[in-house]
Ligand binder design. Structure first.
Ligand code: CP
Ligand code: NVA
Length: 310
């Protein structure tokens, strides 16, 4: 019997806009049911494994809670399972796929997640790599749409490092037709090749990038930032603090965005670096709603991948 090709979620780029819309639709429906206190055990009997090479609060717990609330269960696999250490990666993956229905993997190198997925016979979800963070970006666009009631007319200004979060956020905006601008110092911007891919995926007019945060936030309805030093870059922290000093999202910068602008951050935040307490705890901040939506969006992803729909 021929096996159906398995679908993975490794990047936002791999999703068609209508597929993102379908994930949002499922997530909205499940969130509404959850609010009414309804239980939807559509994934009863299904098992999710999680493998994390880096720390995590939001991604790990939202995926595990999502699975429980959908009637399934999850296994958080520790280092002793020996990912990439005890046996060939291909052996590890092919065996694991015989026990579980879906795998969430957080790794340093994106190439490792790609290699892992190439051996997998169940769906693999990228729970963050140095290159991308697709589940975060999908939850972010879902949150923006929920907050404003529509994505139409929104402008996202990303201030800071052109990192994994920025890359996925930009791609999600390109796919869904949302204006995206970034203020990033030279040396920390996207590779030209990635900019070409953004354009090919719908970022009409190219990527707008500036070294002036005030210019980027003009008319922006969403001001977004992330840490200057990502997990694994700790040795560069001093240099990065100097290079990004002019890129802090503070009250003065927020005042220059659209009057109805919101502040977003994927968290964890390094308060006092990329964002001030006054902004992240202030009236324009929707970071907790954003974090909360990781749970609902992960449900959309799991149901879409495992069942094809609700
Ligand atoms: N935003 C995010 O992915 O957070 P964690 O690193 O805590 O999972
Ligand atoms: N850019 C950050 C995101 C954490 C969710 C990091 O990779 O550490």
């Amino acid at each position: 019997m021929e096996r159906k090709p398995v679908r993975h979620l490794l990047t936002v780029e791999s999703l068609r806009p209508e597929e993102i819309r379908e994930i949002f639709r499922i997530a909205h429906e499940l969130k509404a049911r959850w609010r009414r206190g309804e239980y939807t055990p559509v994934l009863a009997g299904r098992v999710m494994a999680l493998l994390f090479e880096k720390p995590s609060l939001r991604t790990r717990v939202s995926f595990q809670s999502a699975m429980v609330q959908l009637g399934g269960s999850s296994l958080f696999l520790g280092e002793e399972t020996g990912l990439g250490k005890r046996e060939k990666l291909s052996d590890f993956v092919r065996v694991l796929c015989r026990y579980v229905d879906v795998i969430v993997l957080r790794a340093f190198e994106h190439a490792k997640v790609e290699e892992f997925a190439s051996y997998a016979t169940v769906s693999v979800i990228n729970g963050l790599t140095d290159y991308s963070h697709p589940c975060q970006a999908l939850a972010d666009l879902f949150t923006i749409e929920e907050h404003f009631g529509t994505l139409e007319g929104q402008k996202v200004a990303f201030i800071g490092d052109g990192n994994n979060v920025a890359r996925s956020l930009a791609m999600a905006c390109a796919k869904l037709g949302v204006r995206f601008v970034m203020a990033t110092p030279p040396g920390y911007r996207f590779a030209d090749e990635y900019v070409r891919r953004l354009v090919a995926c719908g970022m009409t007019g190219g990527l707008q990038v500036t070294d002036d945060p005030a210019k980027a936030v003009r008319d922006a309805t969403v001001v977004y930032t992330d840490v200057w030093t990502s997990m694994g870059q700790e040795a560069e922290a001093d240099r990065r603090r100097r290079d990004f000093a002019a890129y802090q999202v503070n009250e003065i910068l927020m005042a220059q965005a659209a009057p109805n602008a919101v502040f977003m951050h994927c968290m964890p935040a390094h308060r006092g670096e990329e964002v001030t307490d006054g902004v992240i705890d202030g009236p324009q901040s929707i970071v907790l709603e954003q974090a909360a939506n990781r749970l609902h969006l992960q449900k959309g992803i799991l149901v879409w991948l495992l069942k094809g729909g609700l």
